[in-house]
Design a protein around this ligand. Structure first.
Ligand code: AMP
Length: 140
């Protein structure tokens, strides 16, 4: 399977479609998942193209995980989460639906149920507010 440069996250990286950005550096971009399984559900992607973890350049993985840790701590703080769930799917059989490597960050607390994966589109004003909360936690 090869990388499709017209996948939706590649379009976000090129600025062709919008996202609710929470963090960016030379190697990575983090933004709100538009169909959040829980409030605060955030995605972190490398800028380097790969379908998923399996074909990624190993050199991209260190910077990716550094950003995942940074954003995960900000998500935990912004949503007063008791824990953070990290998910990452590889190929359709494993549940992958967008074929540019991405890591899911989900704030978790006792008693909060996860909504279905790729379920319902969230309200954009709400996503914008959540992105702002995470950006504030990143700079605090
Ligand atoms: P996966 O199954 O790991 O490939 O998940 C892809 C994720 O991307 C799902 O959680 C979707 O809700 C999310 N998603 C799809 N399109 C967009 C988009 N345009 N902006 C942000 N998140 C998206």
């Amino acid at each position: 399977m090869s990388y499709d440069p017209d996948n939706i996250f590649a379009k976000i990286l090129r600025g062709e479609i919008p996202c609710h950005k929470v963090y960016e550096d030379d190697a990575t971009l983090a933004f709100m998942d538009v169909m959040p399984q829980v409030d605060g559900h955030t995605l972190v992607i490398p800028k380097a193209p790969s379908r998923n973890l399996l074909d990624a350049d190993p050199a991209a993985l260190g910077p990716l995980m550094v950003s995942v840790q940074k954003v995960a701590n900000a998500v935990r703080k912004a949503f007063a989460a008791e824990g953070i769930l990290i998910k990452q799917f590889n190929e359709p059989a494993a549940g992958q639906t967008v074929f540019h490597l991405h890591v899911h960050i989900l704030p978790r607390s006792a008693g909060s149920e996860l909504r279905p994966h790729s379920g319902k589109m969230a309200d954009h004003a709400l996503l914008a507010r959540h992105a702002e909360m995470i950006r504030s936690a990143l700079t605090a």
